[in-house]
Design a protein around this ligand. Structure first.
Ligand code: AMP
Ligand code: GLY
Length: 420
């Protein structure tokens, strides 16, 4: 099977690594890729968000399967174009991807399907915003309706800041604050059948102790030994399958990866958000633990074959990913800083490095080109060993201004420190 992978981040490097391990995958192509992905796949120039560009490349490389990593191409309709050209595509079409592309659409789907989520109102005017802020009270949760690359959500006790974010965004969803640790449950979906992957946890805030601004995610780990044993099954039954049924009922069946961001509140699980793609950096740890060959699974999801896929097999032990970020991330990340130490990091037992925001700047010279630059991934027989390996690898990396959270997998994200 020849696979074309669309995207260029750490998530795509993890996908490429897992696909390259699958013996059924005989050819691996990526666009645009990054220098890390280029060590595993033949990379090509194509505009990821341009349906014609991706479809033409898929035909050129003779792809049997196109795997779309990021949300922007999905919302731009790249999946529809690839399928219209007669190729198998892992990733929903534009209409179904709106479950990520529009917060108000996602809320409508959840209401129709009776999926537990925060009570919410969609507001288009200042008066509606004021009324909603009064109704829900602090902490205020204000979300831009459209795709915002992780910058659309403000959670604050400051009413003026909440109102100001709403005024900046235009149409917003204002909702009830959900109090509980957050987990990410990914499910492969083929329109009908869904298969849950290992739940993982991401650290969204920039600074240690869950302080600082929201980011795209600063680190992740799996498995979640503290979470209820039936979590993935419960998420399938109460969240994933009802969402798939509702999208099918609307005539826009969902195939690809459905990501449920869940808050484990005292009242039960509640959906914080849906995404239409693998999460980053959770994918880096989840795929590390997956023993079932990935190419066949993604092909089954793309072609309606998940019912025959059988149970997934997971490696014992744990994986931890630490995001090494550029100076100034998330507000204004520096770019063009030279990266060193990758070979040393890769020699740490149990560890390896995935590339996210990197570019080649001449032969042998690797520079930063995005806010989240690298992922140091550690694995081991337990979380402590995996964590130690990840941090040893991160410490080997040299880059001006590089920084990372020191508390990834130390304790679950979103839980207070223990009483002294
Ligand atoms: P979203 O893009 O919807 O995932 O929001 C980004 C982050 O904001 C989430 O991961 C949460 O940490 C936080 N957040 C979003 N919605 C809520 C909510 N209703 N209650 C508490 N925190 C939230
Ligand atoms: N890790 C959060 C996300 O991918 O949206």
């Amino acid at each position: 099977m020849r696979v074309l992978l669309i995207g260029s981040g750490g998530r795509e490097h993890a996908l490429a690594r897992a696909l390259a391990r699958d013996r059924e995958v005989t050819g691996l192509h990526a666009a645009p890729g990054n220098p890390g992905i280029a060590t595993l796949a033949e990379t090509h120039d194509a505009t990821a968000t341009d349906p014609d560009s991706v479809t033409a490349l898929a035909a050129k490389v003779g792809a049997d399967l196109v795997v779309i990593g990021p949300e922007a191409p999905l919302v731009a309709g790249v999946g529809d174009a690839v399928r219209a050209a007669g190729l198998a595509c892992f990733g929903p079409g534009r209409a179904a991807a709106m479950i990520e592309g529009s917060k108000s659409f996602a809320k409508q789907v959840m209401a129709e399907a009776r999926i537990p989520t925060a009570a919410a109102r969609t507001c288009a005017t200042g008066a509606e915003v004021d009324a909603a802020l009064d109704a829900f009270g602090p902490p205020y949760v204000v979300k831009a309706d459209g795709l915002a690359a992780g910058k659309g959500v403000v959670v604050t006790r400051d009413r003026q800041a909440a109102a100001a974010h709403a005024a900046e965004c235009g149409t917003v969803v204002i909702e009830e604050f959900l109090d509980g640790p957050e987990v990410s449950v990914f499910a492969l979906a083929d329109g009908d059948t869904a298969v849950a992957l290992l739940p993982a946890q991401d650290y969204k805030r920039a600074r240690d102790g869950d302080a600082g601004p929201n980011t795209g995610g600063m680190g992740a780990y799996a498995p979640l030994l503290w979470a209820p044993a039936g979590l993935a099954g419960e998420a399938l039954a109460t969240v994933i399958r009802p969402a798939l049924a509702e999208l099918r009922r609307r005539g826009t069946p969902y195939s690809g990866l459905l990501y449920a961001g869940l808050s484990l509140t005292a009242a039960g699980i509640r959906v914080v958000e849906f995404n239409a793609r693998f999460g980053d950096p959770e994918t880096q740890v989840v795929l590390d633990r997956l023993d079932t060959p990935l190419g066949g699974l993604l092909y089954a999801a793309a072609t309606g074959g998940l019912a025959g896929a059988g149970p997934l097999s997971w490696a014992p032990g744990a994986a931890v990913a630490v995001v090494v970020a550029a100076e100034g991330y998330p507000d204004g990340p520096a770019r063009g800083d030279e990266i060193g130490g990758l070979d040393e990091a890769g020699r740490v037992p149990g560890a390896y490095v995935l590339q996210a925001g990197t570019s080649a700047d001449g032969p042998g010279r690797l520079v930063s080109s995005g806010g989240r630059v690298l992922n140091a991934v550690g694995t081991g027989p337990d979380l402590a060993a995996a964590r130690a390996a990840a941090y040893q690898a991160a410490a080997k990396i040299s880059m001006r201004g590089a920084w990372y959270r020191r508390d990834i997998a130390g304790r679950p994200a979103g839980t207070p420190p223990p009483e002294p």
